[in-house]
Design a protein around this ligand. Structure first.
Ligand SMILES: [Zn+2]
Length: 113
């Protein structure tokens, strides 16, 4: 159910931007969702369609751009994108990654009229 609260925040951001822009209707919301965010795009889409009913965002298209995970190796400092479930550092073979990318959830842009 994590996606529901996330989707509510997305809608709040989109509505605030639309209001600032003096727009009556939101046509499109472009999201960036990181691979490590734990969020499922299909759930966000489902909740979005549901909670936008009766708001200026009703019927808006939701696009989701996925950002891959990105790690930094704590041993050698190299940054790398893990290959699937293999999170070992391709440079030194250590398994001491910290995530430096892929956790994001952002409203990248919205289109209004
Ligand atoms: Zn390394």
């Amino acid at each position: 159910m994590h996606e529901l609260s996330v989707t509510q925040s997305i809608l709040e951001i989109a509505l605030a931007h639309a209001k600032e822009a003096g727009a009556n209707r939101i046509l499109k919301v472009n999201l960036v969702v990181g691979e490590l965010s734990g969020l499922v795009g299909e759930y966000i889409r489902f909740y979005f369609d549901f909670i936008t009913k009766g708001t200026p965002a009703e019927g808006a298209e939701l696009t989701i751009r996925h950002v891959p995970a990105r790690f930094r190796c704590l041993d050698c400092g190299a940054e790398y994108e893990p290959g699937g479930d293999d999170w070992t550092c391709p440079h030194c073979g250590a398994l001491r990654p910290i995530a430096v990318g892929g956790k994001e959830l952002l409203v990248e842009s919205i289109e209004v009229e």
